[in-house]
Design a binder for this molecule. Structure first.
Ligand SMILES: Nc1ncnc2c1ncn2[C@@H]1O[C@H](COP(=O)(O)OP(=O)(O)OP(=O)(O)O)[C@@H](O)[C@H]1O
Ligand SMILES: [Mg+2]
Length: 360
């Protein structure tokens, strides 16, 4: 090991050198007796370990440590000193020293050096593992964003195709049946009934097509915007579940950016679905409002509530997905729930306005 000793007492320096040689851990040894020698030594050579006496004429271990830290040098720093107070020892460790040692206990020095090196190695391994974890989390998050976007585009495309193609074809079919009905002018009651039945069937197929298409992606979101879509979703939900569902908006903003609108809408849907599935609620109140540059969606149900500490154990993805969507928009999602007292979900995201004008 290459070791630099900051020490102005030659006798102490000699003692330490002998000790290290005996321990068999020394490959190079240098002594600096003051600040300029110290700076010269660390500039010219790279050391594995610096052993520093606390007090030297016009220089100190604290200053030496600061120089090392300022230069971002990767070197073990151990204070070796005659006397030192407990507070000082703690403070120099906090400032980044690896260890400290009293001169009357020098036998511990080789072991202290080896331990410090081991500790550094472990810290480095930990840091690397943490960085790797962070990177892979970030990659997962990006993947989530990516799949969500693709899914949304895909849904929009399929919804449009189902709506436009099937819708058109069914309308054509209905017109043809009307035409036949007129041409044949059937007298036979059975035929009349059959034709009426066919028209009824076509009408209900048209309704199914519309429903499938708007379940995939409600056209109202693209045509009339977020507020209309939330309002529509709220009354659709009420019809389907018989849970009284009220929505009201306190913002006049109309031009929400498309991704923002989609994400807020999806979070709204997911929250309503959760209420229907888990809450046993009879009422939902929701509100969209603007708070400076933030847009806030609050959804409150009067259901049975739940203990959020249990969520991680459940392995479910709904709430996690909503949180990710919120993050994706640079915002956050908070859920306040107490068993027996209902649930309130609050989504807060920075408002973003569509810069390209709407189609119409
Ligand atoms: N409004 C609510 N009222 C009561 N409990 C709720 C409510 N919302 C969520 N929960 C509880 O939180 C749990 C987690 O919700 P989350 O949406 O993450 O998963 P999930 O709905 O069970 O499944 P999925 O992953 O399909 O959404 C639910 O299983 C439920 O116990
Ligand atoms: Mg859910």
């Amino acid at each position: 090991m290459k070791i630099l000793l900051l020490e102005d007492n030659p006798a102490d320096a000699g003692l330490i050198k002998t000790l290290l040689e005996r321990a068999g851990i020394l490959s190079e040894f240098a002594v600096a007796a003051d600040k300029s020698e110290f700076i010269e030594a660390i500039t010219k050579n790279s050391f594995d370990v610096i052993l520093a006496d606390h007090r030297l004429p016009q220089f100190s271990s604290v200053e030496a440590l600061k120089i090392i830290k300022d230069k971002n040098m990767d070197v073990i720093f151990i204070l070796v000193t005659g006397t030192v107070s407990e507070e000082f020892a703690v403070s120099i460790i906090q400032q980044g020293a690896d260890d400290y040692l009293l001169k009357n206990n020098l036998n511990r020095l080789p072991a202290a050096i080896i331990q410090s090196i081991e500790r550094r190695k472990m810290q480095l391994a930990k840091k690397l593992a943490e960085e790797e974890l962070k990177t892979s989390r970030e990659q997962l998050r990006q993947l989530f964003f990516h799949t969500q976007n693709i899914r949304e585009e895909e849904r929009a495309r399929i919804a449009r195709e189902i709506h436009d193609e099937l819708g058109q074809q069914l309308t054509g079919l209905k017109m043809d049946v009307f035409w036949l009905n007129k041409k044949l002018n059937p007298v036979d009651a059975e035929v009349k009934e059959k034709i009426a039945g066919m028209i009824g069937l076509i009408d209900s197929t048209v309704r199914s097509v519309r429903k499938i298409s708007s379940d995939l992606r409600p056209g109202i979101l693209d045509d009339l915007g977020l507020i209309a879509a939330l309002d529509w979703q709220s009354s659709e939900f009420e019809k389907r579940t018989e849970i009284e569902c009220k929505f009201h908006s306190e913002t006049n903003e109309q031009n929400f950016e498309k991704d923002l609108a989609t994400n807020i809408f999806r979070i709204f849907q997911e929250t309503l679905t959760n209420v229907a599935r888990h809450a046993q609620a009879t009422k939902i109140n929701s509100m969209l409002e603007q708070d400076n540059e933030m847009i806030v969606l609050t959804i409150n149900d009067n259901g049975k509530g739940f203990d959020q500490k249990q969520i991680p154990k459940k392995n479910t993805l709904g709430i996690i997905g909503m949180g990710e969507r919120a993050m994706m928009m640079g915002g956050e999602l908070k859920i306040n729930s107490t068993p027996g007292k209902g649930t309130t979900t609050i989504l807060k995201v920075p408002l973003r306005i569509e810069t390209t004008p709407l189609k119409n």
